[in-house]
Design a protein around this ligand. Sequence first.
Ligand SMILES: Cc1cc2nc3c(=O)[nH]c(=O)nc-3n(C[C@H](O)[C@H](O)[C@H](O)COP(=O)(O)OP(=O)(O)OC[C@H]3O[C@@H](n4cnc5c(N)ncnc54)[C@H](O)[C@@H]3O)c2cc1C
Length: 386
Amino acid sequence: MYKEEDEFQEIRDAVRQLCKQFPDEYFRKIDAAEAYPEGFVDALIQAGWLAAMIPEEYGGTGLGLTAATVIMEEINRSGGNAGAVHGQMYNMGTLLRSGSKAQKDKYLPDIAAGKLRIQSMAVTEPTTGTDTTKIKTTAVKKGDKYVVNGQKVWISRIQHSDLMILLARTTPLAEVTKKSEGMSIFLVDLRQAIGNGMEVRPIANLVNHETNEVFFDNLEIPEENLIGEEDKGFKYILQGLNAERTLIAAECIGDGYWFIDRATKYANERMVFDRPIGKNQGVQFPIADALIETEAANLMRFEAARRFDAHQDAGATANMAKFLAAKASWEAANVCLQTHGGFGFANEYDVERKFRETRLYQVAPISTNLIYSYVAEHILGLPRSF
Ligand SMILES: Cc1cc2nc3c(=O)[nH]c(=O)nc-3n(C[C@H](O)[C@H](O)[C@H](O)COP(=O)(O)OP(=O)(O)OC[C@H]3O[C@@H](n4cnc5c(N)ncnc54)[C@H](O)[C@@H]3O)c2cc1C
């Protein structure tokens, strides 16, 4: 809760301390240069924060998703953008939950030691969008390899990752009884794949979020890189998506608190009509409203993380947490910008940067409408609309 200590205080203090080395000016310059926050990410890796979810036997700290969400929250609350690194947490979780012992032995120690990064996950395709089961990228078994053909879009952090998790169809849609079957997930070694059947083209976009179009032309993946059982990949990806949604909910909570802190500070300091603007209830109430919404979303975020860590179905809570937190942070962003008046538009206040960054979470990793649809169909039992 806002300003209250909790059982994660030690983690919070340590992450905040690290983030202090990377103040607003650092992220402002990175944003202006459309660069990747390499120094910040290195510092997080060196401090072991990105290996938080890797079990101790593989060299990590063996923390759960709940603790991982606290790390992401604190990065955003400190003014940074965890979008540069959050992939590592949920992709590693997919490997951890669904990977074979051989895969874990091969990759996890190096990921924990910071020698390998698993920042990317390739699901979205240009022609099918949110209708994931219609993906057209195929992986066809030939001898001891899978041969991949197709296209992906909006695939983030490829240039700063060694490994990528790829979702592809292994059995045509027409041949499966359930449309969610017949897809598989693979570990793609980007160091070998790029230039050898995989082409990457960066997409310039609203936020400084490194993301790409990807083209596969007979990319060969060794069969040992299949994660879990063939044709069951969608199930594994969904578990990863629940972790992703919960982590992003926490980032939104961090953003929400950041906006509320900045709005409150400015409202206390800015004098207009011989009084601080925060003395006006027209300025106070929207900030109070933003705090109430953020606190409510925060409760759902902790419930989603708790369910995930307890290996209970976290689908509904993860979706709702992401929905509520993304809505709360976006409202807090609007309030913060409004409270700053014209200065909210000036880069040096960082409000416009965070405003753009938090807007993404209304759309990605899942858009608001699709969460409504999930709730309507899977919780309320209303008829499927598509
Ligand atoms: C910066 C960025 C980074 C990303 N990173 C990744 C990544 O690393 N890996 C990855 O796989 N993907 C990534 N994505 C993709 C992201 O997950 C998708 O953009 C998102 O899921 C929405 O899909 P879409 O863009 O295809 O929208 P579409 O599916 O085309 O939908 C467009 C709009 O129509 C609405 N809509 C569609 N169908 C319905 C319906 N039946 N009812 C009501 N409304 C509907 C949607 O809610 C949405 O608002 C990223 C996207 C962005 C912008």
